[in-house]
Design a protein around this ligand. Sequence first.
Ligand SMILES: [Zn+2]
Ligand SMILES: [Zn+2]
Length: 265
Amino acid sequence: MALERDDRDAAALEAGYEKTHRAYELSGIFGAVIMACWLLLRIVQSAPVSLWWMTLAALIGILAADFTSGFVHWMFDTWGSVDTPIVGRLAIRTFRHHHVDEKAITHHDFVETNGHNFALSLLPGTVGVLWVRPDTATSFDVFFGMALLGLAVVNTWTSQIHKWAHTEERPRIVRLLQDARIILHPGHHAVHHKTPHRRNYCITLGWLNAPLRAIHFFETLERIITAVTGAIPRADDLGELAAVEVAAEPDETRDKPESSLPIGA
Ligand SMILES: [Zn+2]
Ligand SMILES: [Zn+2]
């Protein structure tokens, strides 16, 4: 495939990590922890629900976190550029950087790795705190609050789990969880790093990648957005000519089946 994109200057993209960005990440971590603890307290103070409902709420929260990781990843990989107001430097820059230097993430400290996802977890945490009122909460309110707590907590792990998918030296327990496909497996994620980067967007567990692909979820969304706005998916990441070429072909005809791709360590 003749992509017109030259490798971007990875150093320039990395240099876009500014002090204000770090302040935002620290605030996100601080705020998300407080909000999750507050939501947990409200749930504990409410009428209890059965273990079955708790398990179901946790499962829904986990799946919602995996879906969120895929949706956000797809959005920032596919649309906009580093020059897009607010999210350009704050978020899109990190996704562009990761495609040109996928190992850079392994050198990021805890704050740089996880700040974004903690900040994102503020949203379900805040909704949960506003939703669950211990004095009047119904069983459904508590169930919904638990699902939101599950989403908030698992979502905070997304970037750490993604980082482990790129890390050579990782704890034994992490390898076991990866091998059991409970969290994102390096081989499964390596498929995403093949140009044009349009498979396996989910990077928390990876459980939803196959079902979303089976229903052409992201392809359909891209076609709708292009039809409505005229925007070309991945125009900034691949270069406009290559992006037009990629968008014109169904994924199945362009990429090798996942089973034929090498599985990473
Ligand atoms: Zn990507
Ligand atoms: Zn990656």
